[in-house]
Ligand binder design. Structure first.
Ligand code: ATP
Ligand code: MG
Length: 400
């Protein structure tokens, strides 16, 4: 027998009482979706663990994919055996023969109390069997080269080799959806990833200003949205044409408040899109103190235009830690590609670092943006990226 299963252990979702069932169902769907390329696998979800029947599929590749799924605490290759002492002994021996090293330890757990032999006794029985049927192996209970874990559960016994750490977190889709303001920078994709960690599904919105921002800049944001699908299934990206609004701000508002007004309009439009799509929060990559727009005063002034919850996972993080995550999730190389951002093109020479609500309202009052907003929303383009399918499909949606 060889390893024919992957045993998946749940993390935090074990704590979720009544919601447990639906959490597990969502995790199962996420696993199936992620492993869509392996038609022979089967996923079975149980109350306290999940297992993936490999049915001959390439387990190395599947193990790699399991590392990207939120809601999995740890996982291991496993052999599934009938709850029968002789069969368990036989399988343990084969499992040890697949390993290399000199010392081993058997750790037996028996959640199934109907099984007649206690876990301590099983440790002894299996240890003895392994010692007498192999050469060169000795037992070391403190620092073994190999730890064989035997879990006697109700449905069957699983022998697992090393435990691989999963991502933890909550399965994406269990705690609602957020609208992520996605720029082409380093921060916002990381903010999206961290929000997903708490089970939140992502839709992204990006403001671009063609022809001042190029097709390449758009491509960059699309590539970043695609990175996020790796961790959370489908990601819709809404691309909002922002050129006319930016030109109007530039022409009609005091230059030093241009950035603040632009951000407020992004926020207003984002709220409208969120509302249309039944999304209850907005997420940004804002990080205190990084740039002019990210002062406390600036956040206070920009935040005035919406009472939707704004999730800012990075607000108190150090840049160096943000960059680490960006690299780890595979976004960094994309984020550092040179590009023009709508914010860098119309950037005022000296943006107000401490904008005030009363001032910005005074400056905005005479400018009527309503038609421009409507037009931007009408021309919004929506692209869906799917974890399973590298191809993108274009779809246009009428919002108003
Ligand atoms: P990032 O690295 O994410 O670009 P940043 O450090 O450049 O962030 P800002 O430019 O002040 O900071 O942007 C703050 C946040 O505003 C971004 O993290 C993002 O959530 C949002 N944002 C900025 N520009 C855009 C845009 N063109 N489209 C959508 N959201 C944007
Ligand atoms: Mg930026």
């Amino acid at each position: 027998m060889i390893y024919n299963h992957i045993l998946v252990r749940y993390g935090e979702l074990a704590l979720k009482g009544k919601n447990r069932k639906s959490f597990i169902q969502i995790l199962k769907n996420n696993v199936e979706k992620k492993l869509n390329d392996y038609p022979n696998i089967k996923v079975k979800a149980r109350r306290d663990h999940m297992y993936i029947l490999l049915n001959g599929e390439d387990y190395e590749a599947i193990l790699e994919k399991c590392k990207d799924i939120f809601g999995i605490q740890s996982f291991s290759l496993a052999m599934k055996i009938e709850n029968d002492q002789e069969k368990i002994k036989e399988a343990a021996l084969e499992a040890l023969r697949l390993e290399s090293g000199e010392t081993f330890k058997v750790t037996c757990k028996r959640p199934n109390k109907d099984f007649p032999i206690g876990s301590q006794d099983m440790n002894q029985i299996l240890g003895g069997h392994l010692l007498s049927h192999t050469d060169g192996w000795t037992v070391d209970v403190h620092q073994p080269d190999v730890e064989l874990r035997v879990e006697i559960r109700h449905d069957a016994t699983y022998i697992t080799s090393k435990k691989i750490q999963g991502k933890g977190g909550l399965p994406v889709g269990t705690t609602g959806k957020t609208l992520l303001l996605l720029s082409g920078g380093i921060d916002s994709p990381v903010a999206g990833y961290l929000t997903m960690n708490r089970g939140v599904e992502i839709e992204a919105i990006h403001f671009h200003s063609p022809p001042f921002t190029s097709e390449r800049a758009k491509q960059k944001v699309e590539d970043l949205a695609r990175v996020l699908t790796k961790y959370g299934g489908d990601v819709k990206l809404h691309l909002v044409p922002f050129t006319e609004i930016q030109q109007k701000i530039f022409q009609e508002a005091p230059e030093n408040y241009g950035m603040t007004i632009m951000r407020r309009l992004m926020m207003r439009i984002s709220e409208m899109v969120a509302k249309q799509r039944d999304i209850l929060s907005i997420t940004t990559g804002e990080n205190l103190g990084q740039v002019a727009s990210q002062t406390m005063e600036s956040m206070h002034t920009i935040n005035e235009v919406t009472n939707y919850p704004i999730i800012r996972p990075l607000v108190a993080m150090d840049k160096i830690d943000i960059i680490d995550i960006s690299k780890k999730i595979g976004a960094y190389e994309i984020s550092i590609r040179p590009y023009e951002d709508c914010c860098t093109i119309f950037v005022p020479k000296s943006p107000k670092t401490k904008p005030r609500r009363d001032k910005v309202n005074e400056f905005e009052r005479p400018i009527d943006f309503s038609m421009d907003i409507e037009k931007a929303l009408n021309n919004m383009e929506t692209v869906t990226f799917s974890a399973t399918d590298e191809e993108k499909e274009d779809e246009f949606e009428d919002l108003l």
